[in-house]
Every structure is written in C-alpha cells, then in structure tokens.
Design a binder for this molecule. Structure first.
Ligand code: S3P
Length: 189
C-alpha cells in the first residue's frame, strides 16, 4: 500500500498557504493536500463569509472591495495565529502587504501558477466572481496576471497547474514541499 506523507515534524507550526489567481484550483487542491498530510483545511473566503454572515459577492455589492479586503486581512491573520493547517486564500489576499508579511512570518506559501487559457477555462464554468463581472473578463484576467504574478512570485514555492487532474498538482506540491525541507523526504512514494 502507498504510504501517505505526514506533515509533522518538519513543517513545525507553519501553515501551508496556497496563493494564486481565481480558477487555479486552490480550494480543491488545498482540500486534497490537507487530507494527504492529515492537516485541517480552511478556505479563507468561506471563513470570511462565516464571519460576515453573507457571501463574498454580497460583501462586494453591499460594502465594496475595500471592506472585503479589511475583513480578509483580519480573518487570515486570525487563521495564521491558530494551529497549523492548509489554507486556501482568495486571489487578492497575497497582494495585501500586511497579509503577505503575516504569511511570510507564519506560513509556507505555495503559488499555484497557471496560464490565461487554463484560468479562463476554469472560471468560465462558474460566474460568481465579482471581479470578473466586467464586459471583458478575459482582458480583466490578463490585467490581473500582469499585476499579480510578479508579487505571487515572492511565494516560497511555485507549482504549475496544467490541464489535467488536480491530484497531479497535489503530488507536485508535496514533492516541492519535500525539496523545500518542509516534509520528510522518505515519505514520498
Ligand atoms: C478575488 C478572488 C476570490 C475572492 C474575491 C476576490 C481576487 O477568491 O476572494 O472574489 O481578488 O482575486 P478565489 O481566488 O478563490 O476565486
């Protein structure tokens, strides 16, 4: 039987933080990664929705993006102060200077990188993202890539997400975490 990797003890008390653009698969990949590492999984957007008592779209519509960013910063800071886990962040979270500093201090960041076509393919299936409610979502995504990729590049680890099963990305993350020294090597199948 294939041996499953365990997070302890090399990871220490650090949380594994997934960053990257909308549609790249942070939630799906994060949940599976957490399962394999026997760690809890938290989706930051869901935690924000729980704290606010309404959806991300409603927060944007009723209070505006700056209010969402304030809530996002507070919720992520609280999560990072808690026990280690796998944390999927919303695409804009790592762009915030203070959130980025908190992630650097308390976590290991993993940027899930994908190209424009793949992202558009993935977000095309769900239309709930407030930032993409524009006349030309592809142009918006292209602008976000230009603005954000240089900042995401500050992440500790970069893993490419290509077309194919999410499990391949999960395996690539585990391998990269091993290389980084955050997971014991001998655990890899
Ligand atoms: C955002 C991404 C969303 C959500 C919000 C803003 C962004 O999360 O936090 O709509 O700024 O890129 P996902 O990346 O999980 O879609």
């Amino acid at each position: 039987m294939e041996q499953e990797p365990h997070a302890a003890p090399a990871l220490g008390d650090r949380t594994i933080v997934l960053v990257g653009l909308m549609g790249v698969g942070k939630t799906t990949v994060g949940r599976r990664l957490a399962h394999l590492l026997h760690l809890p999984f938290v989706d930051a957007d869901h935690a924000i929705e729980e704290a606010a008592g309404c959806s991300v779209s409603e927060i944007f519509a009723r209070f505006g993006e700056p209010a969402f960013r304030d809530g996002e910063r507070k919720v992520i800071a609280r999560l990072l102060d808690g026990p280690r886990h796998v944390l999927a962040t919303g695409g804009g979270a790592y762009m915030d200077l203070r959130t980025r500093a908190a992630i650097k201090a308390r976590g290991i960041s993993v940027w899930l990188r994908a190209d424009l076509d793949l992202l558009m393919d993935r977000v095309g299936r769900k239309g709930h993202r407030p930032l993409l409610q524009t006349g030309d979502p592809r142009a918006t995504m292209e602008r976000l890539i230009a603005e954000r990729y240089p900042v995401y590049a500050e992440a500790d680890i970069v893993v490419d997400s290509r077309d194919g099963p999410h499990d391949r990305v999960v395996r690539a993350i585990i391998h990269a975490l091993e290389e980084y020294g955050a997971l014991p090597r001998e655990r890899l199948p």
